[in-house]
Design a protein around this ligand. Structure first.
Ligand code: ADP
Length: 481
């Protein structure tokens, strides 16, 4: 927070991931970005997350602020410290978190005790919010996704202590399922095991628990908030969302415009002069061993999963390549999709380049050098890569769903003549519509005057946190009592 700024209130953010400590997806970016963005609005935020293996040494100025015996089978200790300007509290509970592997899974798949592991995080979050931490008393508890879903429930059933609660749905596909028989072990009231409260298809869902008990629900785009009312997007929770009516709202994610800045790339460029982009493009082609294409150089930076529509690429890439395009893919995930991407690369070695893995530095070089970013998702709560694309003048070609629909202005004839288009949208998410969108991309790219306008519109489109942080601040204001 800025020095001398008046504190509007305090928020305890409870999450399983936070950049720069742990990230498996966009959730971590958002959790890591909110403290600074909200700090500028006068809301002081601390993040509570698990102390996964080897995390503690990454905090500076660390001290113990909380301890609790008998925390789901062991002792939990909370350490408060700082990383990258964020006040982080790590819940150190070695019996739950000191393991080889990722946050949710080890070498043999998902951890069998995930319900307890994240119930513990939620439990401590609710207690710290309710009781205060050395005089630091939260006005609002902000729970993120299924991992923190039980936190509002513990407040609702165990006493709120005057703390308001918000749950943000970053992806409703992950619901935190647990057997009904674990309700007592999870410290939830058996009386609440009925459809209007905790019961979910005969079992428990930590996400549902949060959705029925939090004071407010947000999701990460306005369109996703309305999509969630429909079965194909709500994935079982559409009725729960509908029942909350006006308590549900959509607030778009932003991106860190200092980190994601074309002016910070190897050959800097800006909306005033895109000249540097051509040099980045040539370097990128060389890095991947591609011929420099006459048509658009497109990229995909993504988890390789069904959600992301990656399986559509083999159907559309041959025509795209024939039209002069080239494609670079960076991602990892489903082995079948990884194989399909490798298959495209061996079929078009000079036109398609694939890197299986996770590489932040490379993703920056790809956005700096490419002409377009492809995001053919089947559903997309918000999506970040289309926003990186906008910022870099790397024109987004997106399925018209969720946050993709909310952030990209489709190059319709009307938008083009009004001079406001920032990209291409297509619907539905299938190979026919995607192929058509790629043909439109090629046509736009072949018209340098038009292309330049779309690129510059994209780069001028605000993708920072300002608007969204103001929306969260207003939401918190309404909850602070
Ligand atoms: P999701 O959270 O569903 O994976 P988002 O678009 O919201 O999708 O966020 C994904 C984030 O992860 C973005 O910051 C994206 O750049 C990054 N990312 C995904 N895959 C990779 C990869 N292989 N290498 C580098 N960054 C990646």
């Amino acid at each position: 927070m800025g020095a001398g700024m008046q504190v509007r209130g305090r928020v305890l953010s409870v999450a399983s991931e936070c950049v720069p400590l742990v990230k498996t997806g966009g959730l971590a970016d958002v959790v890591g970005a909110l403290p600074a963005a909200l700090g500028r609005m006068g809301w002081e935020m601390r993040v509570l997350m698990p102390a996964y293996r080897a995390l503690r040494p990454r905090l500076s100025a660390m001290r113990e602020v909380w301890t609790e015996d008998g925390l789901f089978g062991g002792t939990g200790t909370v350490f408060l410290g700082e990383v990258a300007g964020i006040s982080v509290m790590l819940l150190d509970a070695p019996h739950l978190y000191d393991r080889e592997g990722g946050p949710y899974a080890g070498p043999a798949g998902d951890w069998a005790d995930n319900a307890e592991r994240f119930a513990a995080l939620s439990w401590v979050g609710a207690r710290m919010a309710r009781e205060g931490i050395e005089g630091w008393k939260a006005d609002v508890l902000h729970a993120h996704d299924w991992q923190a879903g039980f936190a509002p429930a513990y407040l609702a059933y165990g006493g709120t202590g005057g703390v308001g609660s918000v749950i943000t749905v970053h992806n409703i596909a992950f619901q935190g399922w647990a057997d009904a028989g674990r309700i007592g072990a999870l410290r939830l009231p058996r009386e609440a095991f009925h459809p209007a409260a905790l019961e979910y298809y005969g079992g428990l869902s930590s996400l549902k628990a949060g959705l029925v008990t939090a004071d407010r629900i947000t999701t990460v785009s306005p369109t996703y908030a309305t999509e969630l009312l429909r079965p194909e997007y709500g994935m079982g929770l559409q009725g729960v969302i509908a029942a909350r009516g006006a308590d549900v709202s959509g607030i778009l994610n932003g991106v860190d415009t200092d980190v994601w800045s074309p002016e910070a790339e190897p050959v800097p460029y800006s909306v005033k002069s895109l000249k540097g982009k051509a040099a980045n493009r040539a370097a990128l082609c060389a890095e991947f061993g591609l011929d420099v294409p006459s048509g658009p150089l497109a990229i995909v930076v993504s988890r390789l999963t069904d959600q992301k529509g990656i399986d559509l690429l083999p159907a559309v890439v041959p025509d795209f390549v024939a039209a002069g395009g080239a494609l670079l893919v960076l991602g990892s995930g489903d082995p079948a999709l990884e194989g399909a991407m490798r298959g495209l690369e061996s079929r078009f070695p000079r036109r398609v380049g694939v890197r299986i893995g996770y590489d932040e530095g490379l993703s920056h070089r790809m956005f700096a050098g490419a002409d377009a970013v492809l995001v053919p998702s089947r559903f997309e709560p918000c999506g970040l890569t289309q926003m990186y694309g906008l910022r870099y003048g790397t024109v987004p070609v997106v399925a018209a769903v969720g946050g993709l629909a909310d952030t990209v202005i489709h190059a319709s004839p009307a938008a083009l003549s009004a001079g406001v288009a920032t990209g291409v949208q297509f619907h539905p998410t299938d190979a026919i519509a995607f192929g058509q969108a790629l043909r439109q991309l090629c046509a736009l790219h072949a018209n340098p005057a038009l292309w330049g306008v779309v690129q510059k519109n994209a780069m001028r489109h605000p993708v920072g946190w300002e608007t969204s942080a103001a929306a969260y601040a207003a939401l918190y204001d309404g909850l602070a009592r």
